[in-house]
Ligand binder design. Sequence first.
Ligand code: DGJ
Length: 706
Amino acid sequence: MVSEPTDRIALHGRTMSAVIDLVDGVPCWRHWGARVAGAAIPGIADTMPAASFSLDHRPAIAVVPTFGHGGFDAPALLAHRGGRDFAQGFDSCTVNWRAPGTAVALVLRDSVARLSVEHWLTINPASDVLTCSTRLTNDGDTPLSVDWLAAATLPLPADAATRRYTTGRHNGEFVSHEEPMGPSVWRRENRRGLTSHDSFPGAIVTMPGVTAQDGQAYGVQFAWSGNHVQSIAWSDEGSYLWQFGEWFAPGEMVLAPGETLTTPDMIATWSAAGLDGVANAFHAAVRARQHWPGGTMKPRPVHLNSWEGFYFDHDETRLKALADDAAAIGVERFVVDDGWFTGRNDDRAALGDWTTDAAKYPNGLGPLAAHVTGLGMEFGLWVEPEMVNPDSNLYRRHPDWALAIAGRPMLTARNQLVLDLSRAEVRDYLFDAMAALLNDLPIAYLKWDHNRDLTDAGGSDGRARYHDQVLGAYALFDRIRAAFPMVEIEACAGGGGRIDAGIAERTHRFWVSDNTDAVRRLPLQQNFLQFMPPELMGAHVAASPAHATGRRIAMDYRCAVAVPGSLGVELNPATLNDQDRATLMRWIAFYKHARGVLHGGGTWRGTAPDGMRWQAQGSPEHLYLFAYRTEPAQLRTPPSLRLAMLDGARQYRVRLAMPPHARNPAWFAAMVDTPALVDGDWLRTVGLAMPPMLVERAAVFELVAQ
Ligand code: DGJ
């Protein structure tokens, strides 16, 4: 066996490696990507040519690039002491293996600028996920101002072809973009104070020729629910450098002597199995960060959420009738959305006053909650703890609790302000208010909303509070989770404004968007699935016409788009005609039957010619395939769907689990009751034939390997 040289740091996953060399004590990147043996590699110092008109000791691509050792690439650290010590360079590096071959800490010291950096890299061999973070310590005796600290600086090959990322807004999250890589710095900044609708903290970089299931792709995401910066910069050493870190407002981050700053985790992965290879690694990474009540995820219950059925128009009798109807159609968790607390008749007042509105619920929420649990459903409640309306008792009592900049007008959004969660007394008030609800009522689930961005996020000392606000919110989540460990929480922020791997450690579901139009929702959800697993994807069957867009959509299609996620209903079932009600009930029953396969396993997404889009969930042994017709058919014969995730050496029993409403050719009609046997290699290479479908209709197949 060849052993690795002592100046080589190699981490290996199942299919992925990260290789670093120490060059004169400076850790430098050699490789991140496909697994390599990592032993017989020529030394970087021996192979690097001298470059004309360059530094005599030119450093290679440093793992933690800084000015002080002559690096001109994107720095990982920008810090100073009143303008001095602006150029950091490390004079020692200690390599601490935390787990041989998979987890290492590089401890770098700068005795001139008097600071140290600990850079952690961990590969999870099961999921092929590389998790990186950085801790900076002020070893000096004066304050250290930190403008930028990257969680990691990861190298990408010079022939990387495209970057893919999403933008969005309320009612329009996860809009995907694909751009060619190039020498200009690509930079996405989020300064909205929470994760944001428009800058999901993650991206994908693909090598030429990548497809959904094939080819090399890299991905990163950032486990943080606040401001962030992501950048990819070209280096003339022949690599792109990919960084993620927090965005700091001017003067926001100052470390006192001895103080430390630890970045959130940058979660990175590489796959030769295309975009879905990256997606499945991310799903494993997010699942590994989650904390379920009781330790394991129970089957994801069918929700009914009161919002689009009733908005603010609550009363006990109507909500009880809604609960009766919900139970009758198979709902398992009944969530009372906004509108239940004192004075909350519209979105202009009452946030902060977390007591039940006696005009709507004369005996409190207890009777409704008992009614819901008596029907065999869980009771869930909407809250928005971090917010306050100027028209509220809380604000009248504590106007100074809202984030503000002295002398400037307070900017409201949705008529509300943001409470300063860096203050212990604010967190205590909110904890007590939530604890009172959770103690008094049989609440199994909180829908935790956050309906505005942070603008003037100043504290009483006039300094920026963005970073501290996220830590304060995390502390509140953590305290509530610790005191009420059996309560699940949904992360919502005007739909999908707080979706990230940091909040996923504290919550159990995402409300992905307020846009419940199934036509728009399908690509939106598939882009969400690039980063997050399907069991966290709140997906509701809503009314037609859709409230966000006015589009009319068949009940079958609305259900087919929602069922792969964590299914819910976002309408009043009493408004449905008999046919739609029966259709909804059929899909709810199917979801309950299939959810054990749909959730917790693999996800694959694809498109086919002539307006077909598909999604498969489960494993190569047993999966469900959702085939969606998004455009009217132009071809006489629908295109077959090639299913590259299947095992070519096995045969599959293929059943049409949810047939489309059309005259199905004999083969499809027969497989509703009697599964057809088809070779795996046929399904992989030629594909599964599709039945004819009208536009905005879907078919679901079940495939079981023999
Ligand atoms: C925004 C959420 O996305 C909706 O689902 C709903 O909970 C409203 N807030 C309530 O104000």
